[in-house]
Design a binder for this molecule. Structure first.
Ligand SMILES: [Zn+2]
Ligand SMILES: [Zn+2]
Length: 109
């Protein structure tokens, strides 16, 4: 366990695009390098509410929303979900769909 040097809160492990870091929920402090062996990474560190779906039609209302800018209409809210691409050994890709106009795009890393 590690604690925030700024405010003393417990740092929580977080995964972002395959990279692990420790974050402080209280003040936003981020520590990028730490002893990975002292943490067990499992489902709990994946983004919350991540839904892996092959076909989202009819399920769009179940998807979580985030703030993301739609390139088409400028709306700033989108549904998002994880979807396995064609090759089964590829990692899941994050997709977004504008809540206003329905424009769908995938996250490019
Ligand atoms: Zn802190
Ligand atoms: Zn839109």
């Amino acid at each position: 366990m590690e604690f925030c040097p700024k405010c003393g809160s417990l740092l929580l492990p977080q995964e972002n695009e395959g990279k692990f870091s420790l974050i402080c929920r209280k003040c936003g402090f981020i520590k990028d390098s730490f002893d990975h062996n002292s943490y067990r990474f499992n489902e709990a560190v994946k983004p919350r509410n991540a839904i892996v779906v092959a076909d989202i039609e009819g399920k769009i209302d179940l998807l979580p929303k985030i703030n993301a800018a739609c390139k088409k209409c400028g709306n700033f809210e989108a549904y998002w979900w994880m979807q396995q691409t064609r090759a089964a050994d590829e990692p899941e890709t994050r997709f977004y769909r504008c809540t206003k106009c329905g424009f769908t795009w995938r996250e490019f890393s």
